[in-house]
Design a protein around this ligand. Structure first.
Ligand code: 4H7
Length: 267
């Protein structure tokens, strides 16, 4: 999959692309990210990309001209990389005003041949450019950061994990697992006793049925306690409802001391 990133800070791309899962994916040519700097498409000797907003709000905005030229250049590079499929590459603008990014949208975007990611700096970009050149405005969450680069790279990472081959055979499972709409169950590794706290007994029981059931219960309980909004968008099966009810009863009995009921070695 091909990504074009329109950014005033192209150096930010290389750092993220140099490590871990995305680095491996780009070594295997499953992924490539090209940075395009709108400053290179300016005419004046100061290479100006910003100007004061009309109406007199504080700060500066990115001017539409250099961004339009950078997006056009991105489209050409997409064509060089993808051929005719480049006409189907959407322009995504990362902004706090965008549609919330969730795993469903990540998976949908991962089916595209490429994406052009527009990264705003200053107080954002001229709205005419957004209307003329942007296909989807996307937000990675309800908070603000200083530029669109970290949100864009977050999107690249999340999408990369959905591409066939990137995670080996876990690929689609990993990508889809968050679509089941539940939070992860708690996980434990060695040592078996840490800080006086033992790993939950069931996990060392060897009873795979009981383990699976416990994990399902914990995922339901955590989601209920921490993100009830996620359960509102999902119907529970009869089995799940029973598990959640049982887990909640236990949780109440234990006096809300924590969700996982780790056993202290002295208990
Ligand atoms: C576009 C418009 C995305 C891009 C405004 C971008 C959060 C997200 C930016 C802004 C982003 C997200 C400029 C608004 C700087 C905040 C202090 C870049 N922040 N900014 N202001 N949630 N910032 O996806």
């Amino acid at each position: 999959m091909w990504f074009g990133m329109v950014t005033l800070f192209p150096e930010l791309v290389a750092s993220v692309m140099s490590w871990g899962v995305v680095a491996r994916a780009s070594e295997q040519n499953l992924l490539s990210v090209e940075a395009i700097n709108p400053r290179q498409f300016t005419q004046d000797k100061h290479a100006t990309v910003d100007a004061k907003p009309y109406g007199g709000s504080p700060g500066m905005l990115m001017q539409p001209g250099p961004l339009a030229a950078a997006i056009a250049d991105s489209r050409q590079r997409a064509t060089a990389a993808l051929g005719p499929a480049a006409s189907d590459v959407p322009v995504i603008y990362l902004s706090p005003q965008g549609r919330s990014l969730d795993q469903g949208l990540v998976q949908e975007l991962s089916t595209k041949a490429g994406l052009i990611l527009l990264c705003g700096r200053y107080e954002g970009v001229d709205e005419r450019l957004v209307r003329e050149a942007v296909d989807i405005e996307v937000s990675v969450g309800d908070y603000v950061v200083s530029g669109g680069e970290l949100p864009a790279l977050t999107l690249v990472d999340a999408v990369a994990r959905c591409l066939p081959g990137v995670l080996g055979n876990r690929a689609s499972i990993e990508c889809e697992s968050h679509l089941d709409g539940l939070l992860d169950y708690p996980q434990y590794t060695r040592p078996e006793i840490y800080g006086g706290v033992r790993v939950p007994k069931v996990l060392v029981s060897g009873d795979h049925g009981a383990i699976e059931r416990w994990q399902a219960e914990q995922a339901l309980l955590r989601t209920w306690l921490r993100r009830p909004d996620l359960l509102a968008h999902r119907t529970l099966s009869t089995q799940e409802r029973a598990w959640l009810t049982a887990a909640l009863t236990l949780h109440e009995e234990k006096g809300h001391e924590g969700e996982q009921h780790e056993e202290n070695v002295n208990d």
